[in-house]
Every structure is written in structure tokens, then in C-alpha cells.
Write a protein that binds this ligand. Structure first.
Ligand code: GTP
Ligand code: MG
Length: 199
């Protein structure tokens, strides 16, 4: 496969209360830098394309990721349907320094289930450089109860764990897709749908 044309694509959307750091995280992924002055409102919805190498795959050396950030409309509960459409994963972001933002996750989970019910859920506790006001057990329980595919603590400000978190999420999405593919093919093979001729 040509390294420049990965056929594997994942759409990741950022969701969470205003001020939790979605745009800062988005910018950190896009540029590798901390965005000092963030102005989400009035900006168009943003999409960043990123190539992520896959460490455990022989078939696909890399995946193309589209990371979507809101234009701040979430505070008016008016995100457009194209934002959610075909999302492979919803990154539910909260501020580790604010229990209130964590408590809002059930709302964002509900929204995700409504508009993109097949999307995987990842919990992102942002602002790990600040004091943690969200007990780990609480976050762990929420993740387990709602079948989250992963939970990460990151700092979009310092960059701590941001790249690793993206890498892990994409690896997990890829593995899940592989498992789904193989379980889909196995019954067909057993039923003799595939010919064994080598042509
Ligand atoms: N200390 C700290 N501050 C952060 C971090 N990430 C973002 N911030 C700050 O938090 C504030 C809000 O960040 P945004 O990225 O605008 O948050 P948002 O979720 O995009 O907010 P809206 O688009 O308004 O919904 C800004 O002042 C950021 O500089 C972080 O990891 N640590
Ligand atoms: Mg924003």
C-alpha cells in the first residue's frame, strides 16, 4: 500500500461543555503547540486531518484521522447533524479541574447515542496540569458503566499524553474494526460462501 494513500479512515468528534479545552486539544493535535488565545465562537467548525501510524498492523501501516472541533455551538445545544454523521468515535472531554464539567458527560453521552449511536466513546480528562477535582474512581465507574473504549488524562496546555492518547484511540478503533471484519467473514467461510480456488 502506498504510504501516502491510507485507505483506513476514522472520524473523531470532540464533545463536551464549553471551556473544557476542546479547541486547545484540537490545536495541539494539529500543530503540536499550545494555542494561547482561543476564540471558538464565530469560527467555522474545524476539521484537522492527521496520519497516525499503526504499530500492530501488517495490512495498514497507518490510518487517516479526521478530528472535528465544534464552532462553540454546543453551548446553545445546536450542533449540526453533519458534525455527528459517520463519526467513528466521540471524544467526551471534561475538565479535570471541574466536577461540573464531568457531571455533564451524561448529557454528552446521551447526545452521542442519539446522533451517532455506533460511535465508540472515549473519555478525555483535560487540564491534567491543574488540580484534579474529579475522583479517579468516579471517572473509572462512568467509563465502565457506559462501555467506554478508553479513558485518558491529558493536558492540551503542556501536551502531556496528547499524542499517546490519539495513538491509543486509533489503535483501538482499528483493532475493533479488524475483530468485526473477521467475525463477519468467519460464518461466511464456514457456510462455504468463499471459493478456495487461487485465481
Ligand atoms: N491549564 C490548562 N488550561 C487549558 C487546557 N486546555 C485548555 N485550557 C484553557 O481553557 C480555556 C478554554 O479552552 P478552549 O479550548 O477554548 O475550550 P473549548 O472546550 O473549546 O470551549 P468552547 O469552544 O468555548 O466550547 C482556554 O483559556 C484554554 O487556554 C489545559 O490543558 N490546561
Ligand atoms: Mg472551542
Amino acid at each position: 500500500m502506498a504510504a501516502s494513500s491510507p485507505s483506513l479512515r476514522f472520524k473523531l468528534i470532540l464533545l463536551g461543555d464549553f471551556g473544557v479545552g476542546k479547541t486547545t486539544f484540537f490545536h495541539r493535535i494539529r500543530t503540536g503547540h499550545f494555542l494561547e488565545e482561543v476564540h471558538t465562537l464565530g469560527q467555522p467548525m474545524s476539521v484537522c486531518e492527521k496520519i497516525v501510524p499503526l504499530r500492530h498492523s501488517r495490512s495498514h501501516p497507518q490510518a487517516q484521522v479526521s478530528l472535528w472541533d465544534t464552532a462553540g455551538e454546543e453551548r446553545f445545544l445546536s450542533l449540526s447533524s453533519c458534525y455527528y454523521r459517520n463519526a467513528d468515535a466521540a471524544l467526551l472531554v471534561y475538565n479535570l479541574n471541574s466536577l461540573l464539567s464531568f457531571d455533564s458527560l451524561s448529557h454528552w453521552l446521551y447526545v452521542t447515542r442519539q446522533y451517532c449511536m455506533d460511535a465508540d466513546i472515549f473519555l478525555l480528562g483535560n487540564k491534567s496540569d491543574l488540580e484534579n477535582h474529579v475522583p479517579e474512581e468516579k471517572a473509572e465507574k462512568f467509563a465502565a458503566e457506559h462501555g467506554a473504549s478508553g479513558r485518558f488524562r491529558v493536558s492540551a496546555k503542556t501536551g502531556e499524553n496528547v499524542e499517546r492518547c490519539l495513538q491509543e484511540m486509533v489503535e483501538r478503533l482499528f483493532l475493533k474494526q479488524e475483530i468485526q471484519r473477521s467475525s463477519l467473514h468467519a460464518p461466511l467461510q464456514e457456510a462455504g460462501y468463499y471459493s478456495h480456488c487461487g485465481c
